[in-house]
Write a protein that binds this ligand. Structure first.
Ligand code: XIL
Length: 495
């Protein structure tokens, strides 16, 4: 993803002229007729109503240009309850020259949202792209002051008007290291904590996010962000959520999406799908459009299965107005509505996923289709059954390890736990944690470890990336389980 660093709005405006017939009622009617929705009578008929019934929001991104396209905004107002400004709150739009702020366009998006009962996700305060050239010319010892002034001024302007801020946008390289942008060059990784603190001081009620792409699955990039999130929280930095942009290619939604959201949630963070689109190499054929429906359904189901997943936002409304063809030549059709505002399989899939359960976020994860084994992250073959438990599991043993289980969250029928694996007075190279469930509990999803075992016995071994623990150090893994929350005594062994 390489959005241009210029301030030009590259939003595609292949507007279809539509008359008054594109008013809200007509769009809603077309949606219902075109889909012949086979959903129960009490099921909601819009994304926002269905999402709200599940304790979530369903959002979209709109630019100022979109506000002039009545068919598009009518559809947006009918279907969505959260708006992210596509470009209007970015640095190049809000502080095009040093100290000279302009919130006119952003304010228009906020007014539109407010007048339609929609909330706003602020996007964004610090980003290497769409950053005016003057910032790159600021002497490095003044960059922190410039960054904090930008954040303070913008977040103060929008105080009380945004639900959340993407405070730091796209800070990571693909290999899990931080981008060497002007903020990093000036402050090192500390710029992220400084940015979050400045935003929190300016708007203490906004949820503060780090937002990035290609962090949807468990991979090097999301591992880098996961470690950073752990360390920021340990330092008391006001980080509240992780935004998974989710600019997918059809058929390529990562299988570890849910487990990845769960591990961030287990840190006590909210997670959100912030910029969902699912691009297809053009021309799109019917099987690709069906697959796109499967993809949208999987993303929505993954969010529904994670109690801390607060909502899903699509990055746009319809295929006629999306950034995809301009940035990924040859690709298109990434939205839930086509360029004539007709709902696609993706819309039907998202709506049915939302309507397929009626409970609040405290539902049992086992009710979600995305909990099926076929969609859980791939696991390596079972652990060796031969390791014997340490005789003194809960206190450090030289050369060995200990493990403790803590309940993080529980709901009717299920719970989420974190297990801390601690090395004794020597470093550990590889670990195996075992416990027995007292009351028929079953693990539904596990991350940062490889589980095996059967019946009430559980065995979890390290992943390739977290087997080594320094003397006295620790690592964690997490899981969600069905049944009544329990904290059995765990044993830890190390080869
Ligand atoms: C995109 C906008 O949609 C385009 O109009 C603009 O030209 C480039 O930026 N990640 C982000 C968004 O966080 O801000 C980007 O939005 C898409 C990728």
């Amino acid at each position: 993803m390489k959005p241009p660093s210029t301030g030009t709005e590259r939003h595609r405006s292949r507007t279809r002229a539509r008359g008054p017939a594109t008013a809200l009622a007509a769009v809603a009617a077309a949606t219902a007729v075109a889909l012949n929705l086979a959903i129960p009578a009490q099921a909601a008929s819009t994304l926002k109503a269905a999402a709200e019934a599940r304790g979530r929001y369903f959002g979209t991104a709109l630019t100022r240009g979109d506000l002039g396209i009545s068919a598009e905004v009518n559809l947006a107002a009918a279907q969505f309850d959260m708006v992210t400004p596509g470009n209007e709150m970015k640095w190049d739009a809000t502080e095009p020259s040093k100290g000279s702020f302009n919130f006119g366009s952003g304010d228009q998006i906020v007014s539109f949202a407010q007048s339609h009962g929609m909330r706003v996700r602020g996007h964004n305060l610090v980003w290497h792209a769409q950053l005016p050239a003057w910032v790159g010319g600021v002497p490095l010892n003044q960059v922190q002051g410039v960054m904090e002034n930008h954040i303070t001024t913008e977040a103060t302007h929008y105080r009380g008007k945004v639900y959340a801020w993407d405070v730091v946008n796209e800070p990571y390289n693909e290999d899990g290291t931080l981008r060497q942008d002007v903020f990093y060059k000036a402050m090192g990784s500390g710029y992220i904590a400084a940015a979050l603190r400045a935003a929190h001081a300016a708007d203490p009620n906004a949820k503060l996010y780090i937002n990035d792409y290609n962090i949807e699955g468990i991979n090097a990039k999301s591992n880098g962000l996961y470690s950073l999130a752990q360390s920021l929280l340990a330092q008391g930095v006001p980080l509240h959520g992780i935004g998974l942009e989710s600019h997918f290619i059809v058929g390529q939604v990562p299988s570890s999406l849910q487990a990845n959201m769960e591990r961030f949630a287990a840190l006590g963070l909210d997670v959100a799908i912030t910029e969902l689109d699912d691009r297809i190499q053009m021309p799109a054929d019917s099987s690709e459009l069906q697959q796109q429906g499967t993809d949208y359904g999987r993303v929505v189901n993954a969010c529904l299965a994670v109690p801390r997943c607060v909502g899903v936002s699509q990055w746009g409304v319809d295929d006629g107005h999306t950034w995809i063809p301009g940035t990924f030549p040859g690709y298109g059709a990434p939205m839930m509505w086509d360029s004539s505002y007709q709902p696609k399989a993706a819309y039907q899939a998202a709506l049915s996923a939302l309507n397929s359960g009626t409970s609040s976020p405290s539902q049992s994860p086992s009710q979600s289709p995305s909990q099926s084994p076929s969609q859980s992250p791939s696991r390596s073959p079972s652990a060796s059954p031969s390791s014997s438990p340490s005789s003194s599991p809960s206190s450090p043993v030289p050369g060995a390890c200990s493990a403790t289980i803590k309940t993080i969250n529980s709901w009717g029928g299920g719970f989420q736990s974190e297990v801390t694996v601690r090395a004794g007075s020597s470093a550990v190279n590889g670990w195996t944690v075992k416990w027995a469930w007292p009351g028929g509990q079953t693990i539904s999803s596990l991350w940062n470890g490889v589980s095996s075992g059967s019946g009430s016995s559980v065995t979890v071994r390290n992943e390739s990336y977290n087997g080594s623990i320094a003397a006295g150090g620790s690592t964690t893994f997490g899981f969600t389980a069905n049944g009544t929350a329990a904290t059995p005594t765990a044993t830890c062994t190390s080869p």
